[in-house]
Write a protein that binds this ligand. Structure first.
Ligand SMILES: Nc1ncnc2c1ncn2[C@@H]1O[C@H](COP(=O)(O)OP(=O)(O)O)[C@@H](O)[C@H]1O
Ligand SMILES: [Mg+2]
Length: 402
């Protein structure tokens, strides 16, 4: 008889809380059996600022998804994002011990342990350790075993978060008697599905532009070299439009979705477009060029910040790869062109995998879909994309699971 297991994926985004429930049959088939997307409340820039409100919408999303799937969730995988999340390179060195001076498992283990030994300051907790290429006597090697030399260096991109903020998020889930299996960086979750293995080998930057924040991940030779979170997303554009035209947020959001474009064409003549106001402000005509200018300025600034963050790693690894855009804000007209102009790399739009039903295909869903795929490889025993360090995090989540 086919054996099945239920897995759940949860994203608490600034704009929406998304839950996917899937059934894993015989460890190799993944079937989405339930889903829910609920507007977020009490969550800003990926972080909870009003636990009561956040509780309400997360609860609603979990129960709606459970109802549609006809099952109760006991555990979920969860994405995390927020500007408190930081990464740094951690290295560990070991003298090569074998008489013949070739790297053995013993040296690899010592170097890796050394790299992960660093204690974080109080209040910080590790989220993920991403393995980067080893070095033997300063030369990068993919597979260190049997390489000759004197010194082996293990390298990691280690990601850590504010313990209180992360705990708050886990506690919300736990309060519905649901445990958190694993937390996973939102940007890496998106990267799992919107970038191909081939692109990750050649070099690619995944940019997930959400409502309150933007997650990026830089891959090369199959490794995750850098990740980061920038505190700017689509909601800042809405805010800018709301201030520029002195209109309520809802009207500004509507203008952004219906009229905005990320690039301004000089040969385009300006025209006035109707803005449908509510009863208090009435309908009004506003300049299309002014809309584009506001949108362009904010997005260009965002791409500049991304460029500033990733340029050092691109030049260190001599990366000439490409960029893939996802997240709700990637729906904005001509955003690809502006990303290309600013980042000076080829840019394409992300696509979710074909096995996902059309209703869940939008770019805002890629992180929760990627998370589900990660959960699937976790339970089906596939090697995860990068080895993760369970012990450090489970020390922390174990506390909350009791
Ligand atoms: N068609 C569109 N054009 C421009 N922006 C859009 C469009 N659809 C959604 N957005 C924006 O996408 C953002 C939400 O993206 P999402 O990935 O769901 O965010 P989060 O993961 O942070 O909750 C919002 O700022 C929303 O205004
Ligand atoms: Mg998101």
């Amino acid at each position: 008889m086919a054996e099945s297991k239920i897995i759940g994926a949860l994203e608490m985004g600034t704009t929406k809380v998304a839950v996917l429930i899937a059934e894993v049959i015989d460890t190799y088939r993944l079937n989405i059996i339930g889903s829910a997307v609920v507007p977020s409340e009490g969550i800003k820039k990926g972080r909870i600022y009003d636990a009561k409100k956040a509780n309400r919408c997360v609860h609603m999303a979990i129960t709606d998804a459970e109802k549609s799937a006809g099952v109760n969730l006991k555990t979920v995988y969860m994405t995390v994002t927020g500007s408190d999340i930081q990464g740094e390179r951690q290295v560990g060195k070991a003298q090569i011990s074998h008489m013949a001076k070739v790297v053995t498992e013993y040296d690899v283990n010592r170097a890796q342990e050394e790299a992960k030994r660093r204690q974080l300051p109080d209040g910080r907790v590790y989220v993920q350790f991403m393995r980067n290429p080893f070095e033997v006597d300063g030369v990068r090697v993919d597979e260190p075993y049997s390489v000759k030399g004197n010194e082996l260096q293990a390298n990691y991109w280690a990601v850590h978060a504010d313990e209180v903020l992360l705990k708050r998020q886990i506690e919300i889930v736990n309060s519905f008697m649901v445990k958190v299996d694993e937390v996973f960086l939102a940007g890496l979750a998106s990267g799992r599905v919107v970038a191909t293995d081939d692109e990750k080998e050649k070099g690619i930057v995944v940019l997930d532009i959400g409502g309150g924040s933007t997650d990026y991940a830089v891959y090369s030779d199959g490794y995750v070299l850098r990740t980061g979170v920038i505190d700017v997303g689509g909601d800042h554009i809405t805010n800018d439009l709301s201030l520029a035209f002195r209109i309520p947020w809802e009207n500004a959001e509507q203008i952004k979705i219906e009229q905005a474009k990320a690039v301004i064409r000089e040969d385009e003549t300006d025209e006035m477009v109707w803005m449908r106001g509510d009863l208090s402000i009435g309908d009004r005509k506003i300049s299309r060029r002014t809309i584009q200018k506001v949108v362009h300025a904010r997005l260009e600034e965002l791409f500049q910040v991304v460029k500033h963050d990733i340029d050092p790693i691109l030049s260190e690894y001599k990366l000439s790869g490409s960029v893939v855009l996802t997240g709700g804000t990637s729906r904005l007209t001509a955003i690809e062109a502006l990303a290309h102009q600013t980042l000076k790399m080829p840019v394409r739009m992300g696509r979710n995998p074909d096995w996902v039903i059309p209703e869940l295909q939008g770019p805002e869903m890629s992180s929760v879909i990627g998370l589900l795929q990660f959960a699937f490889s976790d339970v089906s025993g596939d090697l995860p994309e990068q080895p993760r360090q369970r012990s450090l995090f489970s020390r922390f989540s174990g506390l909350l699971h009791r």
